[in-house]
Write a protein that binds this ligand. Structure first.
Ligand SMILES: CCCCCCCCCCCCC/C=C/[C@@H](O)[C@H](COP(=O)(O)O)NC(=O)CCCCCCCCCCCCCCC
Length: 218
């Protein structure tokens, strides 16, 4: 379906994303920013293949990815190799607006926090997809996951727009097809492999942010 008409580099395959999140964790459980960002790139590709209704969502994600890529490729790039080193560097050098937006409105820490919250949505949504049945509705699974995670941080207008976008999500069969992994059983197996990795990346980041009191960055 949608996947087969897209050109190769536009083609999304969940396997790629799985592999990217696998690469995220270093031996001592630090999170590599480069792979974290690459994981999000893959997800955005997928989102774009679902249609232009999701444009306002992917645009925001792309902006945030770009902010982080700019740090990675910037003159202090070596401080941004892992999320742990980024947090340390930005805090030590007072590069983070801690209570209200001021001179560092786009710190790596606050930018990554937005993606981190979205990763929780992803975890919840993929778990619902994994355990769903043929007649489950993707729009409902998506909305429930959103309400339990990201929605808690979004103002009414954004929640409203997101809710409208969810309504036009393709049904489960078409959705699985766009994932481009294979038959449903294979998608389910794949999700079973991907989820623990995504959870681990999420947990490690969550604990790091909690430890440094960064979970409410403006
Ligand atoms: C498959 C359906 C995809 C639905 C995506 C669900 C997430 C809905 C998010 C709605 C965000 C609306 C855009 C605006 C966001 C910003 O206001 C807000 C705050 O930023 P600020 O503090 O800089 O102002 N930004 C955010 O919270 C970051 C949102 C990032 C969302 C990235 C979502 C990517 C989704 C990728 C889907 C992949 C699904 C894969 C399934 C196999």
């Amino acid at each position: 379906m949608a996947g087969s008409v897209a050109s190769d580099d536009q083609k999304f395959c969940l396997t790629e994303v799985l592999d990217t999140f696998k690469l995220c964790l270093s031996e001592n459980k630090e999170v590599y920013l480069e792979h974290y960002v690459a994981g999000w790139r893959g997800l955005v590709k997928f989102l774009n293949s679902l249609g232009s209704v999701f444009g306002f969502i992917s645009k925001d994600a792309v902006n945030k990815i770009q902010v982080l890529v700019n740090y990675l490729n910037g003159e202090n790039g070596s401080q941004y190799v892992t999320v742990q080193s980024m947090v340390k560097y930005e805090l030590d050098n007072e590069l983070v607006d801690l209570t209200k937006r001021g001179s560092h409105p786009e710190s790596g820490c606050r930018t990554l926090l937005r993606l981190h919250r979205a990763l929780r949505w992803l975890e919840l949504f993929l778990e619902r997809l994994r355990t769903s049945t043929e007649d489950s509705k993707t729009s409902v699974m998506c909305a429930e996951s959103y309400n339990e995670s990201l929605a808690l941080y979004h103002p009414w207008v954004v929640r409203k727009a997101a809710g409208m976008a969810f309504c036009v999500l393709p049904g489960r069969p078409a959705f699985f097809e766009v994932m481009n992994v294979g038959p449903p059983e294979q998608v389910v197996a794949m999700l079973g492999e991907a989820l623990p990795l995504i959870s681990e990346v999420y947990q490690i980041t969550e604990e790091l942010y909690a430890q440094h009191l960064l979970l409410d960055l403006p």
